[in-house]
Design a protein around this ligand. Structure first.
Ligand SMILES: Cc1ncc(COP(=O)(O)O)c(C=O)c1O
Length: 346
């Protein structure tokens, strides 16, 4: 059976160039700062994002948690979208491990937070938890991969800076955002204090994320990475893939965006209203589906039996993500399968 795996861009497999780079990687003990390949990746990543230093982490979840731990003290308040990855998808790590309170706000349908609501949430009164950090995603995963522009990022930064808060950008897919907007990623990161991006998603690496920010911040962040057991020793073996990704895998992300468009438009033709097309700005297609005889969960289950893999999020919400390991032909095939299932033909 033909399988079209649209569950996430995390399902991507390393490229032949990555596998080759792994076998050739010069390595050392990263816990001692002696892995030349990791050091090179951290420098490259920091440079691409206009930051002083980088820290290679096992995952985006770990890099975000380290950022929160480094920016805050237990008891501090962190402001984020109610659908933020750090809120919804990290097993409560920010409260269980960092000990902070998340103040969650409802974003608009394109995943943007209101400046006014952020301002109203900031609390510096000594009787209350101290607002310390704003965390924002670019692209916004659960809003459907929507992008934040440089101007929107600057406005958020200017607001929180006025109150002395720090600004961490969860840029798991920051390169998708930059490619979709036709701009250098630096323009999206110059106003945040710190940024994290994932190598293991659309960029195709098997493992890894990089946290970037000021030198002193990264020095401190290293201590938290150690605390979390995130020192992985001869990590150059996987960091080598990250170098290939930054050199070769960024410019092609536009192809994934075209595939998502084709998928979203096709879905809209099959079932008008199932996708809010305005949210399809990068490689994510969020669906809202509830039929008289089929729930969204059942739809996802039926599609999986026919080889089209999607994710059921919750209730009537599902998600499909395009990436380098699906082709335009796969998308057309998936649309045929979806149409068959929805129209009861298959
Ligand atoms: C916006 C966002 N942040 C962070 C992460 C976490 O990355 P990881 O899966 O590498 O832990 C994800 C993963 O999907 C994400 O979408």
């Amino acid at each position: 059976m033909r399988i079209v795996d649209l569950r996430s861009d995390t399902v991507t497999k390393p490229t032949p160039r990555m596998l080759e780079a792994m076998t050739r990687a010069e390595v050392g003990d990263d816990g001692l700062g002696e892995d030349p390949t990791v050091n090179r990746l951290e420098e490259m990543a920091a440079e691409r994002l206009g930051k002083e230093a980088g820290l290679f982490c096992a995952s985006g979840t770990m890099a975000n948690l380290i950022a929160v731990m480094t920016h805050t003290r237990p008891g501090d308040g962190v402001i984020c979208d109610e659908n933020a990855h750090i809120h919804k998808l990290t097993m409560g790590g920010t409260s269980a491990i960092a000990g902070v309170l998340l103040y969650t706000l409802k974003a608009d349908p394109l995943g943007r937070l209101s400046l006014q609501e952020i301002e109203d949430t900031i609390n510096l009164d000594p009787r209350y938890p101290r607002s310390r950090l704003l965390v924002v995603e670019n692209t916004n995963n659960l809003a459907g991969g929507t992008v934040l522009s440089p101007e929107e990022t600057s406005a958020l930064a200017a607001l929180v800076r006025r109150y002395g808060l720090m600004f961490h950008l969860d840029g798991a897919r920051i390169f998708n955002s930059a490619i979709a907007q036709g701009i250098e990623p630096k323009r999206l990161t110059k106003d945040c204090d710190t940024v994290m991006f994932c190598l293991s998603k659309g960029l195709g690496c098997p493992v890894g994320s990089v946290l970037a920010g000021p030198k002193n911040f990264i020095k401190e962040a290293r201590r938290f990475r150690k605390m979390l057991g995130g020192v992985m020793r001869q990590t150059g073996v996987v960091a080598a893939c990250g170098i290939v990704a930054l050199e070769e895998m960024v410019d092609r992300l536009g192809e994934d965006h075209q595939k998502a468009r084709r998928l979203a438009e096709g879905l809209g033709r099959i079932r008008p209203g199932i996708v809010h097309l305005e949210t399809v700005q990068t490689n994510i297609v969020c669906l809202k589906f509830s039929g008289p005889n089929m729930s969204c969960r059942e739809l996802v289950g039926k599609l999986a039996k026919k080889g089209v893999l999607a994710i059921h999020l919750q209730g009537n919400q599902g998600r499909m993500v395009t990436h380098k390991d699906v082709t335009l032909e796969d998308i057309d095939h998936a649309l045929g399968v979806i149409e068959g299932v929805l129209k009861g033909k298959r």
